[in-house]
Design a protein. Sequence first.
Length: 184
Amino acid sequence: MEFSDVENDLAEVLLTESDIHEKIAELARAIEADYDGEKLLVVGVLRGAVMVMADLARELKLPGLEMDWMAVSSYGAGTQSSGVVRILKDLDSDLEGRKVLIVEDIIDSGLTLSWLRANLESRGAASVEICALLRKPDAAKVEVDVRYVGFDIPNKFVVGYGLDFAEKYRNLRGVAVLAPHVYS
Ligand SMILES: O=P(O)(O)OC[C@H]1O[C@H](OP(=O)(O)OP(=O)(O)O)[C@H](O)[C@@H]1O
Ligand code: HPA
Ligand SMILES: [Mg+2]
């Protein structure tokens, strides 16, 4: 879906498809350097991280790469985190002794990832690192130690490239600020 299809719902385009793909290649090179020769398990956080996970995993040249998925939710249909993280679908993999990289679309309040990292660490993983395409530094309620970040963005509700408002706009190829009239 192109921005022009939903132009009236968007206030501003922040990142184009090519901005994102350039950044994902950059992140992949950093990850490859850190996990060279190792068996890495990438964990995509459904549903927002589907696009980042699909693009990043295909960009990574790591022969031992495995992919698994977890679904958690803290936003429901609103634009504010409820602060309560629910597991909707758990991993299929055993994490004991594994090197794990959580792949996320966005760190907003940080509540989802700080909870998720602690949860995965408690399962005996050898290491748990985080890769997030977007981060809102001004929205942090808890600090999350992220090894790989794509872009720091303003504290505005954004959609596209996996990110939704009430399940819509996930299929936009870029990332845009949602116009306030859509949710107010
Ligand atoms: O840093 P936080 O404030 O916790 O927000 C970030 C999380 O919120 C969104 O997911 P959401 O819970 O809306 O579910 P979804 O991925 O299915 O859209 C987003 O995909 C992140 O997972
Ligand atoms: O800005 C956002 N947009 C969509 N989903 C989100 N989940 C956390 N922050 C956001
Ligand atoms: Mg999510």
